[in-house]
Design a protein around this ligand. Structure first.
Ligand SMILES: [Fe+2]
Ligand SMILES: [Fe+2]
Length: 308
């Protein structure tokens, strides 16, 4: 739909999904069908009013780094990305391993950090590999930070989004996650500060979180597979097959808007059908405003929704 208010259309629309944790042939914890959960997220993504130009997956793509899981991931995600005309950005997580990740997703087996630069209509998206082979916490080597500094030397036309798995923010809702956080965050802050990075996207927590880092907004997308239960019943740590979401980013010249999208449908209690769209479009801007904003309009005075 065309803009109806003060703001123009966004310059870029990006879908941020995280932590699908795909498995070759078993259910996660014997319960979670991670492939179905990912498909549910993508089905919802297809129905959104603004199709994304990129799908950014911030790590933990394959729960046990099985080659078959990466193949499944591509077979599930790539047809959707093609339909949407969206580029796919893959980021390493602590559950991923570099060789099956790079072979499965980029057809080149490599043990090197999986850092890549994507250009999405003038928006630079940098995939930064914070994984540490054999460990669950995150680190960035001096070479990776030098590489990132070089990449950021030249500003991109629409700025840069940094996509990484281990979010460089505090995690007060889940203190145990502090043991597997990104180490030495100050070194990354020195590179990000003053650059054209306008957003940092992370995963790893399995719940949505927001903060800032070196003055840059940070957005953590929840997982598509299972969620960390933030209000557990007398449990030290609890994972639930519920609360799955992903995040949509809409970029404007001077800001980024984040919107969290649940991956499951809810029961509708009110609404209007698509048959209302053309009549609505035929109204003048003043008539539309009157109809929707005035408490006295027939639309807002009706006790029940006005159905045709
Ligand atoms: Fe994860
Ligand atoms: Fe993780």
């Amino acid at each position: 739909m065309e803009p109806l208010g003060q703001y123009p259309d966004p310059t870029h629309t990006i879908a941020h999904l995280s932590d699908p944790h795909l498995l070759a042939d078993t259910l996660q914890y014997g319960v979670v069908d991670t492939v179905t959960r990912l498909r549910q997220a993508l089905d919802r993504l297809r129905r959104l009013p603004t199709p994304p130009q990129a799908l950014v997956f911030t790590g933990d793509l394959a729960d046990r780094a099985e080659p078959v899981a990466y193949a499944t991931l591509r077979s599930v995600v790539e047809p959707v990305a093609e339909d949407l005309g969206a580029e796919v950005v893959w980021v390493m997580g602590n559950h991923d391993e570099r060789e099956p990740f790079s072979l499965g997703l980029y057809s080149e087996a490599s043990a090197a950090p999986q850092d890549r630069v994507h250009d999405v209509a003038g928006l630079r998206i940098v995939a930064l590999d914070t994984s540490v082979p054999g460990w669950h916490h995150g680190e960035l080597t001096a070479e990776q930070l030098d590489w990132l500094r070089d990449v950021l030397t030249e500003p991109a036309p629409h700025g840069t989004l940094l996509a990484l798995h281990h979010p460089p923010i505090p995690v007060p809702m889940l203190r145990l996650a502090e043991l597997i956080e990104l180490h030495d965050q100050d070194r990354l802050a020195e590179v990000v500060a003053g650059s054209d990075v306008r957003g940092i996207l992370g995963g790893h927590f399995h719940f949505t979180s927001y903060s800032t880092f070196a003055g840059v907004p940070v957005s953590v997308a929840a997982a598509t597979c299972y969620a960390s239960e933030l209000a557990p019943h007398q449990r030290l740590l609890s994972a639930v097959d519920d609360h799955q979401t992903f995040t949509m980013l809409h970029l404007y010249a001077d800001r980024v808007v984040h919107s969290v999208v649940p991956t499951t449908d809810g029961p509708e209690v009110d609404g209007y059908g698509l048959e209302w769209l053309e009549p609505f479009r035929s109204l003048t801007p003043e008539q539309r405003f009157e109809m929707v904003a005035s408490k006295d309009s027939p639309l807002n005075r009706a006790e029940e929704p006005l159905l045709p």
